[in-house]
Design a protein around this ligand. Structure first.
Ligand SMILES: *Cc1c(COP(=O)(O)O)cnc(C)c1O
Length: 228
């Protein structure tokens, strides 16, 4: 097997082990392989290994990559946009993305709502929550989350999947994962189907599984170091 195949299989195995030890069903976990800064060939290789969900964080890179892969592969899979999205890039991202993990502010919601109004298949979105007291960190503040989520639910072209969090670099992930899981319970009172939790990356996905993650965004642990 290739090195990529071995790394991919090792992560799949670790996810299965973590799921078992936390009484989670593996089928409830989606591995979004973060392919940013890697060539489109890596995505083709991962498709051959069986992965069907890929994450990108910059439209300038993702749009041409998505186009090229559509030309070279007829497999069906999901693109997840996971990075901060400028409103002037929404139109482009909507052409290929199936999921947006980083719905983080009102101006972006306004633009998305306007541009998805006639969509047949809604764009599936996670609301990104700012789990810190630092407004610079991006994401909707916990205190605004209910009102913001109601506005998402009121957008016919958007489907609220759940919540997304990016752990702080300086803190242990457990506290933030737990906060997000508690907020998720609140959101589910409003929208029972919005039970998704996008949290956990290469360094902490097993902990995220313990706290109820449904979508793991895993880059380097699978792809190896990013070329840059
Ligand atoms: C790059 C990135 C990831 C993946 O990080 P790794 O440490 O490589 O697993 C996850 N989420 C977001 C938002 C990212 O930008």
């Amino acid at each position: 097997m290739t090195e990529l195949g071995l790394r991919y299989q090792a992560i799949v195995d670790r996810i299965a082990t973590a799921a078992t030890s936390h009484n989670r069903a593996v089928d409830d976990l989606t591995v979004v392989v973060v392919t940013k800064n890697n060539p489109h060939q890596l995505v083709l290789d991962l498709l051959n290994l069986g992965s069907r969900d890929f994450g990108e964080n910059r439209d300038q890179e993702a749009a041409p990559k998505a186009k090229q892969i559509a030309l070279e592969s007829d497999k069906s899979f999901n693109w997840h946009f996971i990075g901060q999205l400028q409103t002037n890039k929404v139109k482009s991202v909507l052409e290929y993305a199936h999921f947006l993990h980083s719905l983080d502010r009102s101006s972006l919601l306004d633009e998305l709502k306007k541009r998805t109004i006639d969509r047949e298949v809604p764009l599936r979105v996670f609301v990104q929550v700012n789990l810190t007291d630092d407004p610079e960190r991006g994401g909707v503040a916990a205190s605004d989350l209910m009102a913001f989520s109601e506005r998402v639910l009121d957008s016919p072209g958007l489907e609220l999947v759940g919540l997304m969090g990016v752990g702080g670099l300086a803190v242990a992930p457990e506290g933030e994962f737990e906060k997000l899981a508690i907020l998720s319970q609140e959101i589910q009172k409003l929208a029972p189907s919005a039970a998704g939790l996008s949290m956990g990356m290469s360094g902490d996905f097993e902990t995220a599984i313990a706290y109820g993650a449904t979508h793991l965004r895993i880059g380097t642990a699978i792809t190896g170091n990013r070329p840059n």
